[in-house]
Design a protein around this ligand. Sequence first.
Ligand code: C5P
Length: 406
Amino acid sequence: MQRLFNKRIVLGVSGGIAAYKSAELVRRLRDAGAEVRVVMTQSAREFITPLTLQALSGHPVHGDLLNPAAEAAMGHIELARWADLILIAPTTAELMARLAQGRGDNLLTTLVLATDAPIAIAPAMNQAMWRDAATQANLQVLLERKVHVFGPAAGEQACGDIGPGRMLEPADIAARAAECFERGLLAGRHVLINAGPTREAIDPVRYISNHSSGKMGFALAEAAAEAGARVTLVAGPVNLPTPPRVERIDVISARDMLAACEMALPADVFIASAAVADYRPIEAADSKLKKDPQSEDGMQLSLVRNPDILATLAARSERPWCVGFAAETHDVLSYARDKLQRKNLDLIIANDVSQPGIGFNSDNNSVTLIDRSLHQQHLPQASKTKLARNIIELIAGQLPARPEGR
Ligand code: C5P
């Protein structure tokens, strides 16, 4: 499992002999799915070359606070905001002291001051330096500031001493880094969401569609990504930006949407928020249909049923946990209950689109969730963003434990 999927980690490397292990750490973090940007102190460059860490991280290594070229590419404040975690491995006794003092005299210490992201250090030093009262006092200061401290391990040291001060192994540091994020309610889960309308071609210039804006589905995708999930968003034609860290696949028709959703499996959860066209013209004309100027007669358009994407995915043997939407104008809850059972869903989200100010194109919504045991929960009117967070929380609370091996 990629426990650090999509996580952005600034890896700080300071100048200790353990810096050679940072190369493997970059690989471990990337293998776990993280995006890594490396920041080296001047003395770290004496132990390992920036080129090595650049090649392994796939990005130029940052080093100077006052380098105009680096600041133009990604400035220190931008880098501090970019990070989901600042991990410093190895952290020398000297750097611990600087961090404890709140110094901002190089790029790494400045980033630590400027970021809102959690900070983790993996100390590495001689055992006597680690035991020294000054280092221990600095450690207390850092712990009080909620800095995560990984290690050090005890054992034989590069200098021949035996005792505490060895940097943890890269695999352990990567695992501990993942634990910093495990609070995400959907960490390690894959959530598939479809959103927006579909368009069913009549001819090359005309189509059948509906008023769905896709806003609810996009808000759900954003909330699921915030909760730590890997999110695939299959979007019909909508005019919305892709939420951060969401993988978006654009489609046009219902059949394309079904194919894209099936391609994205396996998923732990499928949230079908798309307003899929129920019917499509039997055949889309190859060229633009022309009206007959001599006749006032109407035109017959023959339609066939589209596949039901949600019912199709819910019928699979290795099915995701399936969530449907029921947008109705009347008898909302009874239609919703009927859909829940007919489509074999785990949860249905009912909303009354006849109410002014909520539903299709609005920024607000109000919904009722109904689960398999027909338990109902009403979420009063709120912004789609807020409602989406609420819905994702409720879904996370109901999800069965992940099967072994996933
Ligand atoms: O049957 P109805 O369209 O009312 O059901 C709504 C739910 O079913 C929504 O979650 C919608 O995304 C899904 N649906 C689907 N494929 C269709 C029609 C609806 O996945 N062809």
